[in-house]
Write a protein that binds this ligand. Sequence first.
Ligand code: OSB
Ligand code: MG
Length: 370
Amino acid sequence: MRIARLEVIWLKVPLVTPFRTSFGTAHDKDTFLVRLETTDGTVGWAECAAELDPLYSAEWLDGCEQVLRRELVPRLLALGDQLTAGRVATALEPVTGNYMAKHVIETAVLDAELKEAGWSFGHHLGAVKERVPAGVSVGIMDSIPELLDHVERYLDQGYLRIKLKIEPGWDVAAVRAVRERFGDEILLQVDANAAYTLADAAQLARLDPFDLLLIEQPLPTDDIRGHARLATLISTPVCLDESIESARDAATAIALDACRVINIKPARVGGYLEARRIHDIAVANGIPVWCGGMLETGVGRAPNVALAALPGFVLPGDTSASDRYFRQDITAPFVLDQGHVAVPTGPGIGVDVLPDALAEVTISRSDVDV
Ligand code: OSB
Ligand code: MG
């Protein structure tokens, strides 16, 4: 394919409830979409998962746009009509890091390519399910009663797994309150977003009695050795999110016993093709995986749900329904049906951007030189 036009569309979509993590509070979903038009007139869409500030990871939205314009797009244009999704990663390899920027452009290319072929993301990636079990990620709250209200509402809606965001000062008491109120049967896990250090091992061991599915990213991103050590000091399985930015990282973490579970976020690892490689490495090593999220609109959610239908995704993902995030999404909403979300079957990402809904939340649109 050959790129005829490339647009960056900045959005601000209000969240139904503020989302607080150990690194900050979001009131809106800020993002930009990439709209890629091929010379055949096919349109590919993708959503950048970076946030406004470099707090979750080193990437941030303005940085992603800059590196896209200055470094990534020129390298793809150099491929001329030889551009395919499978060639993107190799063409972009000289640019180090910048996984979320690489993810958004590779995904737009892949969407256009699959639309031209009439194949869905699920079909292309190897989905084996028509619907995937959905969990929900519950932010840090001002009080335990407020937390219990939110968890109760999500359980009533049918979510099959609860993930509590934790940080020092909001961990054991929150988990204990949820277990006491909702019992030992619910699937429960926690996510620290790197808020602890190995010196907190004794505090984290106090979570052991609560039979959690896993603890996600307790320690800093670059502390693989610390996670391996922590895993010997606590009984809750350690899951890595931020630390895994590539298939090589996954192989290293598994070899060093730094994780027993992996959260796969395609954006964090540079795209769906690398995400599938991580899935394959995990399966070969007997490591369960699940699909994480970055509060995506329908454009980013659709291909995540397709990935979550691969056979190694044996735990419910953070692939919640659209109304957990937004009153009005920019695509037809993903809905929860008996705790599951349906895998899109249409060509490419399988969802259409609704022009009026998009216009409502658009901050700016500008072309990238092609
Ligand atoms: O660590 O998984 C995370 C959201 C933004 C940044 C990081 C994370 C999250 C979530 C939300 O936990 C998952 C979702 O529902 O999309
Ligand atoms: Mg996480």
